[in-house]
Design a protein around this ligand. Sequence first.
Ligand code: GTP
Ligand code: SPV
Ligand code: MN
Length: 596
Amino acid sequence: MTNSITNNKEILDFIDKYSKILTPDKIIWIDGTKEQKSALTDEAASTGEIIKLNEKLLPGCVYHRTAVNDVARVEHRTFICSKEQKNAGPTNNWMDPESAYKMLDGIASGGMKGRTMYVIPYSMGKVGSPFAKYGIELTDSIYVVLNMLIMTRVSLDVLDGIEKSGEFVKGVHSKVKLDLENRYICHFPEDNLIYSLNSGYGGNVLLGKKCFALRIASYQAWKQGWMAEHMLILGIQKPDGEIKYICAAFPSACGKTNLAMLIPPEIYTKKGYKVFTVGDDIAWLRPGKDGRLYAINPENGFFGVAPGTNMKSNPNALISTQKDTIFTNVVYIPQTKTVWWEGLDKNPPKDAEDWIGNKWYGGLTDAEGKLVKGANPNSRFTSPAINCPSLSSEFENPQGVPVTAIIFGGRRAKAAPLVYESHNWEHGVFIGSIMASETTAAASGAVGVVRHDPMAMLPFCGYNMADYFAHWLNIGAKLTHPPKVFNVNWFRLDNSGDFIWPGFGDNMRVLDWILKRCEDAIDAVDSPIGFMPKAEDINLEELEFSIDRLKSILDSDKSVWTEEAKEIENFYTTKFGETLPKELYKQLADLKDRLK
Ligand code: GTP
Ligand code: SPV
Ligand code: MN
């Protein structure tokens, strides 16, 4: 039956090989049509895999619960299976490809018995664009199919694209038994192949996203002279109509979606400022002929963190979820067939089910009197990009948008100031490489532990991170007009544990300073860590926030940073040793000098 769709031997052999291992009862091609989507939605609703939500209040929306042990990415079970261990590098788990395939084929054996194998041809980037890349994911999950239909561009036209380009990323996914002990997310960069078993959750199984568009793509980008980054892309339109684009790399659940969809405070909108969203999670970046860096968002939707999303914090995201959206692991309200999550509003439902399916109501406490959350902290919405009111008109521009500034940022209760600027590209690469951030619920494991997460790519770099740093340095050398590089931290805490900076829309005030620096419109103060704003240059108009409080987060305390420098040195030497580009050791030495 596959012959009626394509004659491409590589595709047919791929499907054939894995259908023999997984032994599905049936194979169905996903064609991207409304009719097929609707039939699959009905089928998943009939088995209880999803629940259709209120057609009036949330048209086209569905609800899904994952297995209780399957609610986040599993970094400790994620592998880069390059032929040589040194190509996975010191920050990745590695398995040799031969033994990995053997083990995975064993686990996968018969995994789709009694099930249907769906074959999803999809494109990352607009089909036909010179920067688009194609993939085929095999999966036994309708939930995955429905998500891929939103997050990527699924159509049979992709098969022509594969025919013309002669390459595609092979993705094999099976839920098998959702067995935690046999859960593996393996990448074979040299074979363009991803093998994901025993999970049914987001980043582990929507193989176009982290697995392809970051891990495999970062490897391809290294070989081909471009970059695949864990970055949002936004455009800021100034009162004169000019739009400047900014990319920002923050670790998971550290504010990319929120920043990408920012609505500026009224003092800015009154003057005519507007923010446009190009992407909220992944950017593919290429040097252009004009010596600038250009960015495209390879995705087609948002897989956003639900908790904390509300009409005040992120109206654009909330509006994006009001139709054709999949809600995963949030609270379900059977009476109204609607959903809820912590931080949506101050009216939690009185009679609902939590993300596990237990009876739940707002204010429910456990045996120790602690509030029980209804939504999983990593519960998510999957929404089409076209739903987003702030979506940029450049969203589909195949050439991408020129990047004026790159921002790195983490979640740091202490140390990192609100914003500072690198001296130049090389120093910018250093700042990206020393990023550290508190872990979040986006990955399984402890939350709130500070760890080094260079460029927010620790879990996503598909090759040796020392080579990745060298690649960043090389790309910079090719740019005659490189973006300026900044670092931000929205998450400084005061002594009572509250966030000091108001964040969200008010982050516009920091972006405003960043743009002015890019235009050489204002001075800054040189500090040991980089250029810092003069406090009076951050616009605090119509904000209840004193300049003294601002100064308390525009600091680069020498003793704190001397400790930080030791920590960086330890990270560099123990992880990378001699393999780290010497430019970065030089940057570290310079930092230490400036701290003396
Ligand atoms: P991934 O989708 O996992 O990559 O996450 P993300 O980087 O897109 O993070 P997101 O924007 O979804 O934000 C994650 C959490 O951080 C949410 O709970 C937000 O409410 C919170 N957050 C985002 N921006 C800010 C901010 O400026 N200040 C504070 N205090 N919290 C923020
Ligand atoms: C992240 O963890 O950075 C995400 C969610 O964007 S996931 O797709 O699950 O990786
Ligand atoms: Mn992400």
